[in-house]
Design a protein around this ligand. Sequence first.
Ligand code: GLY
Length: 582
Amino acid sequence: MLIIRLCYLLAAVLVAQPVYAVHTEAPAPEAASGWQTQSEVRAKQAMVVTANPYASQAAQKILLNGGSAVDAMITAQAVLTLVEPQSSGLGGGAFLVHWQQDKQRLTTLDGRETAPSNTPSDLFLDKDGQPLPFFDAVIGGQSVATPGTVALLWQAHQDHGKLNWQTLFEPAIELASTGFIVSKRLATLIEKDQKNLAKDANSAAYFFDNQGQPLTAGSRLTNPSLAKVLTELSQQGAEAFYQGRLARAMVDKVANAATPGHLTMQDLASYRAQAREPLCAPYRQYQICGMGPPSSGTLALGQALGILSHFNLATLGPTHPQSWRLIADASRLAFADRNYYVADSDFVSVPVSELLDADYLQQRAALLDKQDTALPQVEPGVFLPLLARRAPDRSPEFPSTTHLSIVDKEGNAVSMTSTIENGFGSRLMVEGFLLNNELTDFSFRPEHNGVPVANRIEPNKRPRSSMAPIMVLENDQPLLIIGSPGGSSIIGYVLQSVINILDWGMTPQQAVSQAHIIHRGGDLELESRGINLALAPALQALGFTTRFTELNSGLHAIMLQPKQLIGAADPRREGVALAADE
Ligand code: GLY
């Protein structure tokens, strides 16, 4: 403890990186597609909330047929690959937080994509050593990491599946064969991304009509290639994806792209989902639990909430500018540490327990207590020996992603966030699904003034994520399951929703629908509606640089009460909560 305090006191002296304008405020290219009024859904025993009605309905059926939460998750993910292809799929990665009711046990499974084994550290630098423009890096083969979602689904089924693996793919195979109706959201995103999608012949053939025009909402779309892939996967298990025909097709696609990448058959054959210890951080009488590194999501949330636990937000309430001053600056402090220290802990030392240490967070909270205006400057704490210092990470982030929350009738629960990174990933379509661009979640610069960046590219490393599939526990029992897409904004979306529910007593639907206010280390970003119209000038007067912007979350929550479940889907996307009671 003393060492932590001493290190922290030395922070101002040791941290010699004056520039902290980290590029964390990229707009989400998976753009808004309209507001859809949502009502709370209640169930007695079982419930599913996913980002798309087809996926929720298919998962609901699995639950009604006696499937476990994990079975329903596998079915939902297979359907989402088809109907929400821009956000997640077989070609991406995911994190799972799982509650096993009979053993009263929380576990996490890391299906994050990995850097192919021959990925160079300067992958995203131009010939002058400067970072590539973001979309030059994203589109094509060089951004494709070894996908992890299929391995996660397979492992989760080995651990927690009840129904036969093969049956879980039937709904997606049926839909891919007979066709699904293109949603307004998918059509909007195809239309907005048509220039990029046109760069891959397979994507163009799939997402454009015979006249070369983007598909419109209401069109029926079949995907026979994906139906074949899902059939093989359902019959042969995960090996069908990581070896043989499909693996060869992915490797060839990446190698033959206009900007070729590094994926090999060996990378695919050796990919494994990793079981990791869940990361839990206290907040008032609750535990906030989720995925540790390589995700920064739970850690940043835990830090921000640990700081905020020193203030009485309940008394201040959601309309008081001081509440938002505290939330914004707690978030800035958490992001300063995140950008400096957090990466794949299999490759770099991440001071997780130090970052969540109660004394450290009290000292960070004291910074907010000293004044009632915005902190003029925010710097990371210093924990590592001088020689192991890290340089700040300036990764741009343009997110996509999806979140699903499920509870089965036995009380098992799933919180899974799944991604192919950018909207439509690398835009490379192979065998009916899109390949991720997850390598762009690494820092483009491996070092800064000779000092290494924690989240630099290294072979076989997993890029840092912000995904925060969360379970809030009270008295060691799940109380709330929540998560969202949104890249680094995920942290702010989940933070705000958790405070809305735990401190301000909002219902899950009120919580996910509330106008967002988030701070990722640059401007204070606000959705332009509701109370935010009054809060923005007040927060500006407190010293924040405020900016109205689209904050396109996809929060999907289930609250577990003694005799009922309450589900909520984000009105900003097309998700649906469905009860699955027998
Ligand atoms: N690619 C989104 C995330 O991992 O945060």
